[in-house]
Design a protein around this ligand. Structure first.
Ligand SMILES: NC(=O)c1ccc[n+]([C@@H]2O[C@H](COP(=O)([O-])OP(=O)(O)OC[C@H]3O[C@@H](n4cnc5c(N)ncnc54)[C@H](O)[C@@H]3O)[C@@H](O)[C@H]2O)c1
Length: 339
């Protein structure tokens, strides 16, 4: 049985708590949040030991692993403390407020030999994984352009007052929304974004943070493309993330439900006919024991726990991989200042 503890029981912490509660090999022993409503609800409805001080929680409960699910500004201190005490750590995305913090967390995890994971859940979505496989196997030939997109209705009027509307706390569309797309591009293309140009980060309704992110991106392997992300878009009901990759022998387009594959010639070895082919999430996703918030969230938690239990660590969402996303976020923020 793996003893787990959570810091932060907001929207995402609640999801992790629910999923961990459903995993048979996990005992969620403790949780920490200063919010009095959450404190009383958890005390009333669960047997989880509640804390308001995460250091006290870790010292007293000595969990095997700690989930850090707080606003981004707090990740560094909490992750470092947990690792100092020998806990494996799952940290929500984006990884850190600065690349320096991210580098220190990567070093510490390596030095201590701890399982480490960041919550970029798109890497557990079947359609994106199938896209990655087909791209790597050359089904669309040599890729020459990509387009990464995400749209959603997070900020639809002028208001502030939460950590997401405060840059110093890790707020803004680039940290909240674009981070997912940047991270997904690195993963699917099998190469990291190393440069950017023409970055635009306009504020549409927010006064202190960006509401959209647009620009050109350059991968280490030479592939180029664009990103278009907007969290002030009321044309969609919830976050919609997609990636299109054009190659000289075809095209791949994926979102969380469908993978569209266009090939110029029949590829019977892949079951593909000349023209458009469709694969659905139901064809592409390995089964999980239960689906809570989305099967990818169950899968990422199960993978983290499995790594701790068996030593077979799934490194697809390691601290190191997440740090690559922080590098390009920092570059894009700098580039946007020039525009
Ligand atoms: N992977 C995803 O799809 C996804 C989705 C949403 C949020 N997130 C990430 O999860 C993290 C949390 O986001 P959220 O939406 O749950 O935020 P939230 O504001 O809903 O919740 C944050 C919680 O942290 C608590 N908190 C703040 N300071 C604390 C402290 N010192 N000790 C203990 N608890 C403290 C707050 O009281 C609150 O309950 C962020 O990093 C965010 O980017 C990831």
């Amino acid at each position: 049985m793996i003893k787990a503890a959570i810091i932060g029981l907001g929207k995402m912490g609640m999801s992790h708590a629910a999923i961990l509660g459903g995993l048979p090999n996990v005992d969620l022993v403790a949780a920490c949040d200063m919010d009095s409503l959450l404190q009383s609800a958890f005390k009333k409805l669960t047997k989880i030991q509640m804390y308001t001080d995460y250091k006290k929680m870790i010292d007293e409960q000595k969990p095997d692993c700690v989930y850090v699910v707080t606003p981004t500004k707090l990740h560094y201190d909490m992750v470092m403390y947990a690792m100092e005490k020998g806990c494996h750590v799952f940290c929500e995305k984006p990884f850190a407020l600065t690349v320096e913090q991210g580098e220190k967390m990567v070093q510490m995890a390596k030095a201590k030999g701890l399982v480490n994971q960041v919550g970029y859940h798109n890497r557990y979505i079947g359609t994106f994984n199938e896209m990655k496989r087909l791209l790597a196997e050359g089904v669309i030939g040599k890729p020459f352009h990509f387009m990464g997109e995400a749209y959603g209705p997070v900020v639809l009027k002028s208001k502030g007052g939460t950590w997401r509307s405060d840059k110093k706390n890790g707020g803004g569309c680039i940290e909240d929304y674009a981070a997912h797309v940047l991270n997904l591009i690195n993963y699917i293309c099998g190469s990291n974004i190393v440069d950017c140009r023409g970055t635009q980060m306009p504020s549409i309704f927010s006064s202190e943070v960006d509401d959209a992110v647009y620009g050109s991106l350059y991968l280490e392997n030479g592939l180029k493309g664009q990103i278009s992300v907007n969290w002030s878009d009321d044309t969609v009901r919830k976050m919609t993330t997609s990636l299109k990759i054009q190659g000289d022998k075809g095209k791949l387009e994926a979102d969380a439900t469908t993978l569209k594959i266009y090939v110029k010639e029949d590829r019977p070895e892949y079951g593909l006919k000349q023209g458009w082919n469709f694969k659905y999430i139901t064809d592409c996703t390995p089964m999980v024991d239960f689906n809570l918030r989305g099967e990818e969230y169950t899968a990422e938690n199960a993978a983290f726990i499995h790594g701790i239990e068996t030593g077979e660590v799934d490194t697809r969402n390691s601290f190191e991989a997440a740090l690559q996303t922080d590098y390009i976020i920092a570059k894009m923020e700098k580039d946007a200042e020039l525009m």
